[in-house]
Design a protein around this ligand. Structure first.
Ligand code: GDP
Length: 364
């Protein structure tokens, strides 16, 4: 390039022609905004899922977790098309209080069932607190070190939107997608507090309750209803100097279970001890779960329970939709605020105030 300083009037000065500066230091750097991924069509979702494509499966689960109306509609079409291919799996619910050792155990359980029975495993979760904690602590891949890198496993944390009913419905729909993608073993992890266990129980074939040995007063913290739901109780951390305490705890639970009538499955729930951390007693526990599955498949209860669950979910969905339709209307919200005030000031009874809002809703 010609520099003005090189003209003859600047004697004794000469400027070398430099190199042109490149447009970018990194020629591979693409400064344009990253392109958004192309949305898939319903056909593409279904095809990918049926082929067992994990990326498409993950995207389909994200789609069904979306609260956007068009996504919801699309997700429903995908689910409907996948339904004929779903159902051929064993679904096991795994519940326990935080710290009981669920993640540690699921990691071991997963590796065990995959090596013993082959197939593919999906680990899902129901965590109603995940919206508040901004991200689920259940189904967290980092807490399942072996499974998270296993080629035959698919781990998905809890959906985090809305009510427990909504979270649970989405987990149930995810089960359908996973089954259509060829996952023949499904674990549903849930935290052992409150209603999430009922929701989990209503979508699995076997509900396993993980307990740890306490200070002797074993049954204090466990509610009767939850004991009744369990198809099996497994006492974890049966290792080191904890073995004796676990055995005592197991006999407490066995005695307590004897007091309940035989469940409709005809199967008397068993109490086992194991150590998820040291991998002890895992085979015995899973042999007993598979024995249960054989048993209920032969006596017809397996199918009966799934039919009842389908019915339950139909009503759950209706209730959930009605509730959200009602509570999401801004005019209803305004009226509810007014009604709340008059109830608080004792100007109206709860019943009258509720009736007025409902009358308005049904008339409009
Ligand atoms: P979660 O909250 O139910 O998922 O429980 P984690 O799997 O995170 O386990 C809670 C704690 O208990 C961790 O520190 C584990 O290392 C420990 N733990 C889990 N399983 C066992 C076990 O079988 N034996 C012993 N001694 N500790 C365990």
């Amino acid at each position: 390039m010609e520099h003005p300083e090189n003209s003859s009037e600047y004697k004794g000065l000469s400027v070398q022609t430099g190199t042109l500066s490149p447009g970018s230091v990194n020629p591979y750097l693409n400064l344009s905004r990253p392109r958004r991924r192309r949305e898939l069509t319903v056909d593409e979702y279904v095809e990918g899922i049926l082929q067992g494509d994990v990326t498409v499966l993950s995207r389909a689960v994200t789609l069904l977790e979306s609260t956007r109306r068009e996504h919801e509609e699309m997700a429903q079409s995908v689910i409907e098309r996948c339904l004929p291919y779903a159902g051929k799996s064993i679904r096991v619910g795994i519940s326990g209080v935080p710290g009981a050792g669920k993640s540690t155990s699921i990691d071991e359980f997963g590796i065990h069932v995959l090596s013993q029975y082959g197939g593919k495993l999906a680990v899902l979760a129901i965590d109603p607190t995940s919206e508040r904690s901004k991200g689920s602590i259940l189904g967290d891949k980092t807490r399942m070190e072996k499974l998270s890198v296993h080629p035959k496993s698919f781990i998905r944390p809890s959906p985090s939107s809305g009510s427990l009913g909504g979270v649970a419905r989405k987990t149930r729909e995810t089960i359908i997608l996973c089954e259509a993608a060829g996952y023949d073993k499904i674990f549903v992890e849930t935290v052992g507090v409150g209603q999430s266990e009922t929701a989990c129980h209503s979508m699995v074939d076997f509900f396993l309750l993980i307990q740890v040995a306490g200070t002797g007063d074993e049954l204090q913290g466990i509610k009767r209803g939850i004991m009744e739901m369990a198809d099996g109780i497994a006492i974890n951390k049966c290792d080191g100097d904890n073995v004796e305490r676990c055995k005592i705890a197991a006999s407490y639970y066995r005695n307590a279970l004897h007091l309940f009538p035989l469940p409709p499955s005809g199967w008397a729930p068993r109490v086992t001890t194991y150590s998820g951390f040291y991998g002890l007693g895992i085979k015995e526990l899973w042999d007993s779960i598979y024995e249960y599955v054989d048993f209920v498949k032969r006596n017809g209860y397996f199918e009966q329970r799934r039919r009842e669950q389908n019915r339950y979910w139909m009503y759950e969905t209706i209730e959930e939709q009605l509730r959200s339709h009602f509570f999401n209307r801004p005019d209803i919200e305004a009226r509810l605020q007014g009604a709340e005030k008059s109830v608080a000031l004792a100007q109206k009874t709860s019943f009258v105030a509720a009736q007025e809002v409902l009358d308005y809703y049904f008339k409009s």
